[in-house]
Design a protein around this ligand. Structure first.
Ligand code: CP
Ligand code: NVA
Length: 304
């Protein structure tokens, strides 16, 4: 049987994503009613972090334990990964000692090289290009609050980063629209986002026009991990790309607000929005746990 990896959003078909969402809903209900569910007992997840994390580490580690397995945390600083061991060699060794691997790293090519040499499924826990687990959780959260996302409009305000690229891929797989507004020089690069076509996204110079009539408004930090040297310049360039109450007013009256977190109040989002009535950021963060449990179950056991 071939190994199934989740390196970018479009590694899964629409049918597989709908299956994972159905499982996530069931796994969440079991968890909320304190029902023990251990389909992955004796399985080991290795988590490799080359960048910082709170949510991703916690949700994968807790999630694997809740499914009856165990999780091991490795980082660049105190493993041989930081001392130049080739990714290919690390993949050979790590995948002989574990059942599934999650990696947070820099270039997408690193995780692809790892996966090409891995005997077990590899999950992308964020790269410079993509953050597929985040968007699985975000869409699952949208569906919980508003039903199907098909045909809906998501407004992305700010940097065309890893989270934005993943929204654009998801729009193609699940058939919804993304309205993107970035400052000049920070526009979407369709090749970097690995898009098949342009049918599902539209770019807007004015962020208010992107947000107009949206069903969901979302944003992310102005400076992603790995780009800290550009921080000062980005603060100036992105000053007009803040999601504030005026922007939420032009979206649909029942529009949701999401942010993958961590957030910077007063930069990409005003406190009145992230702490206000449209915001579902805490449900969004919690759902990382439930969808990733369903994802690991699917990659290891298939349809159960
Ligand atoms: N949203 C997200 O991935 O958060 P962490 O960086 O805390 O993992
Ligand atoms: N775009 C952000 C997401 C953090 C979860 C980053 O890459 O730093």
């Amino acid at each position: 049987m071939s190994i199934k990896h989740f390196l970018q959003f479009n590694d899964l078909t629409r049918d597989e994503i709908e299956y994972i969402f159905a499982r996530a809903a069931w796994i969440k209900r079991q968890f909320k009613s304190y029902q023990q569910y251990w389909p992955l007992s004796d399985r080991t997840l290795v988590m490799i972090f080359e960048k910082a994390s709170t949510r991703t580490r916690l949700s994968f580690e807790a999630g694997m334990q809740q499914l009856g397995g165990s999780a091991i945390y490795l980082n660049t600083r105190d493993s041989q990964l930081g001392r130049g061991e080739p990714v290919e060699d690390a993949a050979q060794v790590i995948s002989r000692m574990s059942d599934i691997v999650m990696i947070r790293t820099f270039e997408q090519s690193i995780i692809e090289r790892f996966a090409a040499n891995s005997r077990v499924p590899v999950i992308n826990g964020l790269t410079n290009e993509y953050h597929p687990c985040q968007i699985l959780a975000d869409i699952f959260t949208f569906i919980e609050h508003r039903g199907s996302i098909q045909g809906k409009t998501v407004a992305w305000i700010g940097d065309s980063n890893n989270v934005c690229n993943t929204w654009l891929q998801a729009a193609e797989v699940l058939d919804f629209n993304v309205h993107v507004s970035t400052p000049p020089e920070y526009e979407v690069e369709p090749e970097r986002a690995n898009l098949y076509g342009t049918d599902h996204f539209e770019e807007f110079v004015d962020p208010m026009m992107a947000a107009k009539d949206a069903d969901l408004v979302t944003t992310d930090v102005w400076t992603s991990m790995g780009f800290e040297a550009e921080n000062e310049e980005r603060r100036k360039d992105f000053a007009d790309w803040q999601v504030d109450a005026d922007m939420m007013r032009v979206a649909k009256a029942d529009a949701l607000f999401m942010h993958c977190l961590p957030a910077h109040r007063g930069e990409e989002v005003a406190a009145e929005v992230i702490d206000g009535p449209h915001s579902v950021v805490w449900d969004e963060a919690e759902n990382r746990l439930h969808v990733q449990k369903a994802l690991m179950e699917y990659l290891l056991l298939g349809k159960v």
